[in-house]
Write a protein that binds this ligand. Sequence first.
Ligand SMILES: Cc1cc2nc3c(=O)[nH]c(=O)nc-3n(C[C@H](O)[C@H](O)[C@H](O)COP(=O)(O)OP(=O)(O)OC[C@H]3O[C@@H](n4cnc5c(N)ncnc54)[C@H](O)[C@@H]3O)c2cc1C
Length: 396
Amino acid sequence: MDFHDTQDEASFRSEVRSFIEGELPPELRWRGGLRSGLDAGRAMYGGQASKEWRRKIAERGWTAPAWPKEYGGAGMSVTEQFIFNEEMALARAPRTGGGIAIGMAGPTIMVHGTEEQKQRFLPTMLTGEQIWCQGFSEPNAGSDLANLATTAVRDGDDYVINGQKIWTSQAQKAHWMNLLARTDNDAPKHKGISYFMVDMKSPGITVRPLFNMVGHDEFTEVFFENVRVPKGNLLGEENRGWYLATTTLDFERSNIASTTHLVLTVSDLVEWAREHANEPACALASNAKLRYELADRFVEAQIARLMSYRIISMQNAGLLPNKESSVAKLYASELEQRIALTGLKTVGTYGQLLEASETLQAARMYLYSVAMTIGGGTSEIQRNIIAMRGLGLPRG
Ligand SMILES: Cc1cc2nc3c(=O)[nH]c(=O)nc-3n(C[C@H](O)[C@H](O)[C@H](O)COP(=O)(O)OP(=O)(O)OC[C@H]3O[C@@H](n4cnc5c(N)ncnc54)[C@H](O)[C@@H]3O)c2cc1C
């Protein structure tokens, strides 16, 4: 593949770069520790500075880089999105936000929504101020999502929702949820599910925080007790929700932001090890093998980045990455855990201090990185995809 930008791509890259240089306040850049992408996302919803940053991004239409211009997006090509995401990550900028709204709910409404639904939901998503959460997983429906048991029963002009969702990120802050619920108990599993937009202020919704190992209430349990959702909030046809849930736009799928974060995280770690090599806080002097480990992590982070480049070059050639995305997700998420472990070993005993910034917050990254191989499809599910679609092996 050709790694060079075309002339147009290079000029777009320098436009993004100078925008970031001119507008991104230094305090919003994530720096000084093994923070991975975690803080890049979190900082997005911080104080006034991040609000201002979001407003400037929104002004340029960059909140939704992939959305068509007619819906208020930037209408970027996959290559432009790639460049945009790469430059933002290289500058350690907080992610542009939007999350579920821009990446999932918005595109699904755009493709399957009525005109009224598009007018009602899409413009508010573009300001970057409205948070959506995704109510898919349940206690007995994760990898096997079609097993979901939350029900939606039609009653007059409403549907009445009962059931429970789990691992719902950001539900405690969210204004809206895109929810999958069962509308036909007798149909085959995939065919009795519908897709709803649910106002999180509706009576009967209880959100309980769930704390991850780092101690953050990053996700929640959400309980529905006779929650009435107007029929106008059903998206698409009843019982077709499963097929809607897989709707995406022309998004770039390289995950370049995450792999760039891995590269930067390793370079932070190396820099820290160099600076502290002769201090008791650094285990490098007493553990010669750590040098090899650090070198391995450095090489692996470059490989993860090249996997991102491979995916974008496929998309540029009009191909649809499939097993390649699973290979990249599997590799990057497991690598993040290895980097965290190497970080933890490098800072030795001090690494066990959870919030100690002088020790790179290694413990924090180590604990957080466990989730990387679960969220977005577990490693086993990725391996199944690679085995079946990639290697043509029979189902086990
Ligand atoms: C940080 C984080 C944020 C999340 N945010 C959200 C959110 O906002 N909204 C939402 O709906 N969900 C969210 N999730 C949930 C996530 O989608 C599920 O955790 C994930 O799909 C796995 O489902 P599960 O936890 O039910 O595990 P299970 O599916 O029960 O899996 C348990 C174990 O069995 C293995 N396994 C399952 N099936 C197979 C198989 N066929 N072959 C081999 N092994 C198998 C799995 O790999 C895993 O090791 C989030 C999860 C995390 C970690």
